[in-house]
Design a binder for this molecule. Structure first.
Ligand SMILES: [Zn+2]
Length: 391
């Protein structure tokens, strides 16, 4: 197993460490700090060979983790092929994302089971981002806020179906989006929590009280906050109000500046704080490709100037990369670089119970993205192996 030293860059961790060095043995980070100490540790620890990576004065940042992504580069999970997952995993590695939850959209039981089997059996190859599990977005959602989810397949939570999916997926079933106010869905929440699965409120028409009750039941996450949920009215603060008012709940955000106005992003940031925001892409198959006509699950979508919509005009996912979301948070919203990265690496990892991942710290898995100051990805490193290099 090869060991790595990454030098000559600013490390993005709890604070910025200029002229930093990271030492990796096998797939683990064993040292994060200044260059001098890094060299000393290298000499003391070195029984074998170290590969030296020069970050060329750029940033040594944590690899990004996307817990809500449907597709990219012409494919999506709902294509139902191993090749689709592989194409996504390669595309993501090239864009600085080291791990992801391929995400379903509302579909028939058969189709959902089929993609669950695919994700469960998936074996990653060289040059790919890690498949960390699956995000089931639907089908137990509310028709009133279905957004671009396929209406005819929406149904009430079915414990038998969930048990089947859990049997297939085990702990790869990491995240599920549901509408807790729909009668019959509440019983799924406690069952899911018992299995350690993160439950997210989304595509939901819950009142403030219903949402707060769901949080008390164990819902800890909110799916693309503001989008596909009952908005904030001062006499009925809805799902948005409940998410803003409940510190424990982590809030997904699509920071493409199309789904959510920068002002609303600032409101979210000021209410939730840096630690409770999870940047996601909600990316669809058009990501990385020109404007045109594509599909999302069982529906046609139309991409114009990078915005994906159904024929009726509903936004239908994004064409965002997570690195672009980080860049938008820094350059448009004015968030410090460390905070923007945290929202796209550590927070998503924690939100779905992934330990020892998502942050540059000693003992963690050695996942990095090396970028130029303009956010161009130079290298992506997963588990101590370079999986993508710009040169
Ligand atoms: Zn989605």
């Amino acid at each position: 197993m090869k060991n790595l030293i990454i030098t000559n860059g600013t490390i993005v961790t709890d604070e910025l460490i200029p002229q930093g060095t990271v030492v990796v043995i096998g797939d683990k980070i064993i040292y994060v700090g200044d260059e001098q100490e890094g060299n000393r540790i290298k000499k003391a620890a070195d029984p074998g060979v170290f590969e030296i990576i020069d970050a060329q004065g750029g940033y040594i940042a944590p690899g990004l983790i996307d817990v809500h992504i449907h597709g990219s580069n012409g494919v999506e999970l709902m294509d139902g092929t191993e090749e689709a997952i592989r194409t996504m995993a390669r595309y993501l590695a090239e864009h600085g994302t080291v791990g992801f939850l391929p995400s379903t959209v509302t579909a028939s039981a058969e189709k959902t089971r089929h993609v669950a089997e695919l994700v469960a059996d998936y074996v990653g190859e060289e040059g790919e981002a890690e498949v960390l599990g699956i995000h089931l977005e639907g089908p137990y959602i509310n028709e009133a806020f279905k957004g671009a989810q396929y209406g005819p397949a929406i149904r009430v939570a079915d414990l038998k179906e969930l048990e089947e999916l859990y049997t297939i997926l085990g702990d790869k079933l990491r995240l599920i989006t549901l509408a807790p106010e729909v009668p019959g869905n509440e019983k799924a929440i406690s069952w899911l929590r018992e299995q350690g699965i993160t439950v997210s409120i989304g595509h939901s028409d819950a009142t403030y009280d219903q949402a707060v009750q769901a949080f008390a039941q164990g819902v800890t996450h909110a799916t693309h906050t503001y989008n596909g949920m009952k908005g904030l009215h001062h006499r009925e603060p809805g799902v948005v109000g409940a998410v803003l008012a409940t510190p424990e709940v982590k809030a997904e955000l699509i920071a493409d500046l199309v789904h959510v106005h920068p002002g609303a992003i600032k409101v979210l940031l000021q209410n939730k704080g840096v630690e409770q925001i999870v940047l996601i892409t909600d990316a669809v198959q058009a990501t990385g490709l020109p404007d045109g006509e594509y599909v999302l699950g069982d529906q046609r979508i139309f991409v114009k100037e990078g915005a994906a919509r159904l024929a009726e005009g509903n936004l239908a996912g994004s064409t965002l990369t997570l690195m672009r979301a980080v860049q938008n948070m820094v350059e448009v919203i004015g968030v410090p670089l460390v905070d923007a990265f945290r929202m796209a690496s550590l927070n998503p990892a924690q939100s779905v119970g992934l330990e020892n991942k998502g942050w540059i710290r000693e003992g963690n898995q050695a996942d990095f993205v090396l970028i130029d100051p303009d956010f161009t990805v130079q290298k992506t490193i997963i588990g101590g192996r370079v999986v993508y290099s710009n040169q």
